[in-house]
Structure formats: C-alpha cells, structure tokens
Design a protein around this ligand. Sequence first.
Ligand SMILES: *[C@@H]1O[C@H](CO)[C@@H](O)[C@H](O)[C@H]1NC(C)=O
Ligand SMILES: *[C@@H]1O[C@H](CO)[C@@H](O)[C@H](O)[C@H]1NC(C)=O
Ligand SMILES: *[C@@H]1O[C@H](CO)[C@@H](O)[C@H](O)[C@H]1NC(C)=O
Length: 461
Amino acid sequence: MEKFSFLIQLILSILAFSSLFHGGFVSAARTKDGSEQWGYIQVRPKAHMFWWLYRSPHRVEDPSKPWPIILWLQGGPGSSGVGIGNFQEIGPLDTELKPRNSTWLRVADLLFVENPVGTGYSFVEDEKELVKNDEEAATDLTTLLKALFNRNARLQKCPLYIVAESYGGKYAVTLALSTLKAIKAGKLKLQLGGVALGDSWISPEDFVFSWAPLLKDVSRLDDSGAKKANSIALQIKRQLAAGHYVNATYSWIELDGIISMASNFVDFYNFMLDSGRDSISAMAMALSKGERMKMYSRYLNSKSLLAGGSDDINTLMNVVIREKLKIIPRGVVWGELSMSVYSALEGDFMKPRINEVDDLLAEGVNVTIYNGQLDVICATKGAEAWVKKLKWDGLKRFLSMDRTPLYCGHEDETTRGFTKSYKNLHFYWILGAGHFVPVDQPCISLKMVADITHSPIVISS
Ligand SMILES: *[C@@H]1O[C@H](CO)[C@@H](O)[C@H](O)[C@H]1NC(C)=O
Ligand SMILES: *[C@@H]1O[C@H](CO)[C@@H](O)[C@H](O)[C@H]1NC(C)=O
Ligand SMILES: *[C@@H]1O[C@H](CO)[C@@H](O)[C@H](O)[C@H]1NC(C)=O
C-alpha cells in the first residue's frame, strides 16, 4: 500500500466513523445455523475490535475432556488474524474458499480477532487510540473476552487456549497474565487452558544473536557476513541494556538489511528459500530509516509469500468476505498489515517477554513452545536460548530430558518432529517447517494442536 493512499483512506475512515459511531456502537451477526458469529466490541471509547468465532461441526461431548476453544493471535505487529490466520493458515476455508482438510476446527472451536485495534477490520476513530505496548493490547483483548465469555455459559465450559504466531507470542503471554488477574478478581468467567507460542518473538535479543551462526552453519553467510551481522547484534544488545528500545528497533532493521545483502536475500521465514524480493531489499538500503521500517515490516508479518498472494487476499477480504459479514463499516479498508499499528508499537517491539513466560509457569499454566526447523526470524536456536534464561524451577530437569519423535499417522515412517514436556512446559520441534508451521506441516500441526488442547478428537493421520 502506498503511503499516500493510506493517508487518504485514513482521513476518509475517520470522517466516516465520526458520523457512524457517534454515541457508541455495538454490532454482531451470525450465520443462520449459528456455526459462525462475528462482531465488533468497543474495547475503549473510539477503539473497536473485530472478532469471528467458529463453532466446530466435529464437537463431541466428553465429560473428561471438555471441548476446547482456540484464540489465534497473529503477529506483525498489525497483521490480520481474521484474514491471514483464518484463510491462509488454520481456518475451515482457504483463500479460494475451498475446505481446508487440516483446519484446526477439526479439534476445537476457533476464535479469530483483529488485534490490536487498527488491524484488519478493527479500527480506531483516532490514531491516538492505537496501543503502544503489549500490555495495552492485552487489556483490550481482556475487555473483548469479558464481553464474549461473561454472559455465555456455553463458552465458559470450553477451556481457552491462546495460540500465537510470531509477534503474537508477546501478546499471548501478556494476555494470559491479564486474564488470570481478571479471573481471580471475579471479573472474567473463563477457564484458561494454556498458552502456545508458535515461532514467537519472545526475546528479540536472542533471535538477533541466533541469525549469524545459524546462517553461517547452513552456508548462507560466510565469516565476513557473520561478523558484520554480529557487530550489529552487539549494538542491539547495548541499546536494549540501556533501554533505548526505539533505536534497537532501527538497528534490527539495519541488521536485517545487512543479512539480506550478505546472504543474497535469504528468506527470513525459511532459510532454504530466497526472499524473492531482491530488488526491493536492495532499494531499501538506500532509503531513510522510516521508509526502511515500512519495507522490512514484512518480517514479523504473515504475508503474501503464502499461497494466494497479496492481491488475492485483499480482494477476498475487501469484497467477498465483507459482503458476507455485512457489518464492516464502509470506511474500513482491510489490509494484511497495518503500518500505523506497527509504528505505534515501535518502542515495545524489541522488549523481551521472558519474565511473563516465567510468571505463567510459576502460576501453573501450561506453556507450549513450538518452532519450525527452517525459520530464521524466530529461529529455533534463538527460542532454545531464551528458554535457557527461564528462572522456572523445572528448567534443569526439562533441559536434561530426552525428546520423543513425532510421526503423522500409523504408517508414517518419516520423523516429523520431536517433543518433550516436563510439568507445565512443553516444546515441539517441527521438522521441514519454516515460520508458518501450520502452512508448511499441516498434518503434524493438527496433531500437535489436538494434544496441546487435550481435544477429545484424536488425530492419527
Ligand atoms: C484429508 O484428511 C484425511 C484424514 O486425515 C486424509 O485421509 C486425506 O488423505 C486428507 N486429504 C487430503 C486431500 O489431504
Ligand atoms: C497441562 O498439561 C498436562 C499434560 O499435557 C495435563 O495433564 C494437565 O491437565 C494440563 N493442565 C491444565 C491446567 O490444563
Ligand atoms: C537513537 O538514534 C538516533 C538517530 O540515529 C540518534 O540521533 C540518537 O542519539 C540515538 N539515541 C540514543 C539514546 O542512542
């Protein structure tokens, strides 16, 4: 999206909203059979969050295993869970509206949200209402959960699993802590089943230090490229230690550029691939920091690399799905990634959330980490490094345990991954997957999510 047209759209949107939503606004709709419901919740004055709930047709009642519900949190920050997570990754239909065999709806109900406000179909009437850190995002999401769960006995019986991808992991852990607090205070009627962090940006410092050694080991960087990259990683470490978070975000962009050049444009989502944007990346080196930020924002964003391409999903969401949903205000233009949401979070972007993971472990919450073998941006090497920094008392035992190999189906003879668990910490290593694990390895991902959510449906194939 061009900056200019974006601004114009924004101005138009603000004009449209001030008349449409004056005096508060509630709206929701559903399919005739009730299997899908969606709507807006005003989470704060002038801040409207869109949600979409799918009830599974595969639901079974098993008193020992309550039917789970998954809240999917997309990354970005600012990329659309309702568009990308739903249609490109785990929802019942793909971007061509054909059934997805491996949809996670087979094992759970699914709740997609446009989070934070300003993302996708969500909107703010004033840019000042955009969230500036993960805690603010968690507060808005908690408000949404109160509105959906508190008066719905059926939902209250379903344990909620917060499953995140990429930057979404930072929201997931802050949200889980915020829901626990609200539950304890009697303000939220919900059972928190657990948190799953898929290729999640929990410790930016550990990820930036993982890039050069990983890419060097797989021949994508040479010594000199690795050395240059490491010197920027050290600069980031110093900036983080000094609390200069915005500057660390800009150094991250610089590091990204250096690695792109030195690796001849490795795909940060899968080191076996090229990014396919060589000319854009090269051009970006010559741009100002702000412009580069826009260019490189793609990295923590699920995007058009996935099947479909960005034009297709734009048409799908702004024409076809919009018609189906009926309640999307005219001024709201759906986008894969909201740059304003992204920019508003630039001061929080590089902050780690390891302490929040520790807090959840101490509270006894089940925390699952899963990582695709081929990811660079949130590399397994970086995830293992931050896990080693946990203060959790089970860590030593967890690290010393052996892993169990994973297969998909009774006759499968190929190792699809490994897993291990100790007490409430669980880790899955998914082989042959990059950043978008459910897209790259749908079979083992479905089996994994059935296990994580203790679904009564057992996936054997
Ligand atoms: C869909 O899933 C079923 C059951 O897991 C499997 O038998 C079938 O081969 C899958 N179909 C496709 C097209 O992947
Ligand atoms: C946490 O996971 C373990 C093993 O997967 C399970 O037995 C336990 O019931 C889960 N705890 C909660 C609170 O869901
Ligand atoms: C952050 O970066 C800007 C521009 O590069 C620089 O002028 C400023 O001194 C830096 N701030 C800190 C605290 O390092």
